[in-house]
Ligand binder design. Structure first.
Ligand code: SAM
Length: 210
């Protein structure tokens, strides 16, 4: 039960002192692939524990840092599945090893591919009965693309919205990259609730509570 076992300590800058920064290099180099802040991971864990999702989808697995928190929360809920996608095969292999080491592989399906295609990939997996059918994503966590390019993020967003009903979207790096922030500002009025959680790099939460 509880948070994943980690040898990673956050050195997040002070979010209340206008120090939102790109990944600042103070972290251990072996985690250089831009993992989310430890505190953001703890929040993701809490969201999953609190909202009890059946289907969680993540873009940008990297080495599985955020995936560990999402997967551990599903394990502690005792149900649900995380579907996550990563472009880079080496990073994906490291993530899968972490999921195995943490004993959460049964709660996590990790795929190699382009996150903009992930909605289509999931649809194909469902139509081939490779995964159980779903048309609703309870929690969608968007964290692909190291540069968090606006075009990439809005494509991901639109592609998911076109294929699935989504209850909650969390955009990462909303205070440290202009791309996700622009997407958040453009679409937030389409949602019943929206808010920014001021972690060091920011989480943008969009929520339809019907
Ligand atoms: C900011 S990191 C994700 C960090 C991760 N969520 C964590 O906490 O460990 C972004 C990741 O997205 C991956 N990526 C970049 N473009 C992508 C794409 N088009 N499709 C899938 N993954 C992509 C990168 O290889 C990188 O590992």
């Amino acid at each position: 039960m509880g948070f994943p076992k980690l040898d990673y300590v956050s050195s997040a800058p002070d979010p209340w002192n206008n120090k939102f920064t790109h990944f600042d290099g103070n972290h251990d180099a072996k985690y250089w692939h831009g993992p989310i802040e430890l505190e953001a991971g703890e929040l993701l864990y809490s969201f999953v524990r609190g909202t009890k999702p059946e289907v969680v989808v993540e873009t940008g697995t990297a080495t599985g840092f955020s995936g560990l928190f999402l997967g551990c929360a599903l394990r502690d809920n005792k149900f649900g599945k995380l579907y996550t996608i990563e472009f880079n095969t080496n990073l994906l292999a490291r993530a899968k090893k972490r999921f195995e080491d943490e004993n959460i592989s049964q709660f996590v399906n990790a795929y190699q591919g382009n996150s903009e295609d992930f909605p289509e990939i999931l649809h194909n997996l469902i139509s081939k009965s490779t995964i159980p059918p779903f048309d609703t994503i309870d929690l969608l966590f968007l964290d692909a693309d190291d540069g968090h390019d606006y075009k990439h993020t809005i494509n991901e967003y639109n592609n998911f919205r076109n294929k699935f009903t989504i209850k909650m979207i969390i955009l990462h790096d909303i205070l440290s990259f202009p791309g996700p922030r622009q997407v958040f500002d453009e679409v937030k009025h389409d949602w019943k609730y929206s808010m920014i959680l001021p972690t060091a790099r920011g989480l943008g939460v969009l929520l339809n509570n019907e």
